[in-house]
Unconditional design. Structure first.
Length: 283
């Protein structure tokens, strides 16, 4: 969707900050994550895409049928669990188990309580939404950076590429055909639960937004290709980031766009650049 340049530049700034944080975490996560047994990349992709589609359908059903308060707590619990797991893996792994457990429980409760309080405050008035949206953005860019690097460190590059292909196809269908992604985006923003980067406008109920899933996939794929070569990590990250920036430049006003197909094209261009310029791709 087209936005004015001021809001667009803000979204780009938050997005680039999250991607840079994710790239900075990549070498660190490689030493923290325990590698799983070797599994066929196509099988990893099938399981991941199935989980993605089923999860999206479940969320859609929950939003349609369940009370708003239940959705708020479900989203807070889900993000808090992922954030706590990232904290435990990246920071607490050297501590005794009982210290890990106590700090993890405390951080989990803090994330759930803090997020619910933030959402409740922004729901009070548009004034608080304008004032507090940056806290939601900060939480989300750190959350997606940590989650993307942790999951990306577990999967081989070819599996990450296959997952991105499947996710891009689903994203296109969900936005252009089924429309459920548009419904979910409108639902979340209406309830002030922003699952991504949001820039509220002065006009009430108007937002500029980039979905957190788009940032997550950029970081996940870049992390997976770090195993191939750091150069490939950078070329794919630059290609995917440039694709999102190009989408914002070329998009039309009041029209929703699936970002993942553009991110996939940017990834392919980045891989092509790495191969033709450096000959460094290893799958």
């Amino acid at each position: 969707m087209k936005h004015d340049w001021k809001d667009t530049l803000k979204i780009w700034g938050w997005m680039i900050a999250s991607i840079c944080l994710g790239l900075a975490l990549i070498p660190f996560t490689q030493t923290k994550v325990v590698q799983p047994p070797a599994i066929a990349p196509w099988l990893i992709a099938v399981v991941a895409i199935t989980f993605l589609v089923v999860g999206a359908v479940v969320w859609y059903y929950v939003m349609k049928r369940v009370r708003v308060m239940t959705v708020e707590y479900a989203f807070a619990i889900m993000t808090a669990y992922a954030a706590t797991d990232a904290l435990r893996t990246l920071v607490l792994d050297h501590l005794p188990w009982w210290q890990q457990a106590s700090i993890s429980v405390a951080s989990y409760l803090f994330f759930v309580y803090g997020y619910i309080k933030l959402v409740r405050k922004m729901q009070e008035s548009w004034y608080w939404t304008l004032k507090l949206a940056w806290i939601s953005n900060l939480y989300m860019i750190v959350f997606y950076a940590a989650l993307g690097t942790l999951i990306g460190a577990l999967i081989p590059p070819i599996a990450a590429l296959l997952i991105l292909i499947g996710a891009a196809i689903y994203d296109w269908v969900a936005v252009r055909k089924a429309g459920n992604m548009i419904f979910m985006a409108n639902y979340f923003t209406k309830q002030r639960m922003f699952p991504g980067i949001v820039i509220p406008k002065e006009d009430p109920e108007k937002f500029a937004m980039l979905g957190g899933g788009d940032i997550f996939f950029i970081i996940l794929v870049s992390t997976a290709f770090f195993k191939s070569n750091p150069i490939v990590m950078f070329t794919t990250a630059i290609g995917m980031t440039a694709a999102v920036i190009g989408l914002f430049v070329l998009s039309k006003k009041d029209k929703f766009y699936p970002a993942l197909p553009y991110i996939l094209s940017g990834c392919v261009i980045g891989l092509g650049a790495a191969f033709w310029l450096f000959r460094v791709i290893r799958w």
